[in-house]
Write a protein that binds this ligand. Structure first.
Ligand SMILES: [Fe+2]
Length: 462
């Protein structure tokens, strides 16, 4: 099986080489002559006969000779099969490590125990089980026993189990909230935050689901462009007027439209706008902006910038039993009781749920499916049955028992269902986010003339 997977991955690397050759307007034959590599080496990779190491070596040769990033050529060896990766609680436990942070008397004492949970090399999630080890006897956000971190690049959704205090800092001001099982949050990248326990006896745990957004996937380019260049990209989203004027100036630069030409465009189209007079923070009225977009043939939707409010910098959601709903709406045989976790309008492809697994028949419970990557954690006291099958795969459903503390990564479009065992309701946290195939990518490929040729396996001419 492993050998078969390796062969399929090598073939995919072969497809990538072929696709890049197409982009470079070269054939495999011409490339092998140009870089003095025997064509049989290319053929062995394309046919999947080469080893993974040989394929990587060939890709390295390719990347050294053409302006193609090595990272774009390599397809990682799969770390799971059939669209699902399960990590058992015991395996998570083996990854445990404790980190210390300073307390109020500047002494390093245990702060968190971290454990890895299910993820994959194609998953956007880096989800951790984190036990809070620092005890606090009050919820003061200025408590000197609370050690805030420096914030981090990845977005974070958190689900809470037990008496956890959540602390966060926005623009130098500290806040706190007493959280309990089923509560949740969302944390914008780089806001400082921390967690502590309110109990000396009860476990206080968070499931910290950090995940990569589009920005994290652009990091390679960011590193190349360096800090100074990247600062030019920063639209002051927290001041929407400022962001719109910056973006307009950027688009005009990109379009090679100087101030004089812009004045002419405005005059011709009766637009009351003068670029020189648009200073930082000035509001450009929406009617003028739409007219400008029309005049230079761009969609006004470009100026739909994320709307920042204080509330969506860090979102707190306390569990509200009144909001829960039964998914299949069958009163005789309810399947799942669903509660939604913290959400943020700025993150339209980020969702979290608490699922209480009620129905004990896999076949009659709703089969879940999503275009997003899913991460699932069993935080209850009971095991649940889990079945899954890749959409369009003509295979039988696979199934497995998911024990308390086990976690699952599920690829997009893998249909899956849960059922309770012996009528003991199971409890799961389910998180969903988009991967590299984001909504933007989805919109772009939907306009392509052929959607069945995205994974190229042939030359661009016969
Ligand atoms: Fe964090």
């Amino acid at each position: 099986m492993i050998k078969n997977l390796e062969s399929l991955t090598v073939k995919l690397i072969g497809n990538r080489l072929l696709a890049e050759a197409n982009d470079l307007k070269r054939t495999i034959d011409s490339i092998s002559k140009e870089i003095c590599v025997d064509i049989s080496k290319f053929e062995n990779v394309i046919d999947g006969y080469a080893s993974f190491e040989e394929a990587v070596e060939l890709a390295t040769q390719f990347s050294k000779n053409y302006p193609v990033s090595l990272g774009d050529l390599i397809i990682d060896l799969p770390d799971h099969i059939d669209g699902v990766l399960i990590m058992r609680a015991e395996e998570s436990k083996k990854s445990a490590r404790v980190f210390q942070r300073k307390d109020s008397v500047q002494k390093y004492t245990d702060y968190y125990e971290y454990r890895d949970t299910a993820t994959s090399n194609i998953s956007p999630f880096k989800p951790e089980w984190i036990k809070e080890l620092r005890y606090v006897d009050n919820s003061d956000p200025e408590n000197p026993d609370v050690a805030y971190n420096n914030g981090h690049f990845l977005h974070q959704m958190t689900a809470f189990i037990g008496p956890v205090n959540f602390y966060w800092e926005i623009d130098g001001k500290k806040y706190s909230s007493e959280m309990n099982t089923g509560d949740s949050n969302y944390i914008t990248p780089f806001w400082k935050h921390s967690f502590a326990t309110r109990s000396k006896n009860e476990d206080a745990i968070i499931i910290a689901v950090t995940f990569a957004g589009n920005a994290a996937r652009a990091r390679k380019e960011m590193y190349h462009l360096n800090k100074n260049a990247m600062s030019n990209y920063f639209l002051d989203n927290r001041n929407n007027n400022n962001a719109k004027s910056l973006l307009l100036k950027q688009i005009l630069d990109d379009r090679c439209i100087n101030n004089k030409m812009f004045d002419q465009i405005c005059k011709k189209n009766n637009i009351d706008l003068n670029l020189d007079s648009i200073k930082d923070g000035d509001k450009i009225d929406d009617i003028s902006l739409v007219k400008v977009c029309d005049a230079i043939d761009i969609s006004p939707a470009i100026f739909d910038l994320p709307n920042h409010t204080f509330e969506n910098e860090v979102v707190i959601k306390k569990k509200d039993f009144n909001e829960s709903y039964i998914l299949n709406d069958n009163k005789a045989k309810p399947d799942y009781k669903v509660s939604t976790l913290a959400h943020n309008k700025r993150m339209p492809q980020m969702f979290g749920f608490e699922f209480e697994i009620l129905g004990n028949e896999l076949n009659s419970n709703t089969q879940l499916k999503s275009s997003l990557h899913s991460y699932i954690y069993n935080f209850g006291d009971n095991p649940v049955n889990f079945s899954w099958v890749k959409e369009n795969d003509k295979k039988d459903n696979l199934s497995n028992k998911i024990m308390p503390g086990d976690s699952i990564y599920v690829e997009p479009f893998v249909k899956h269902a849960f059922s309770s065992i012996d009528d003991n309701a199971g409890k799961l946290f389910i998180f969903r986010v988009s991967g590299a195939v984001s909504l933007e990518v989805q919109k772009e490929i939907s306009s392509f003339a052929a959607t069945d040729r995205l994974i190229e396996s042939s030359q661009w001419f016969d």
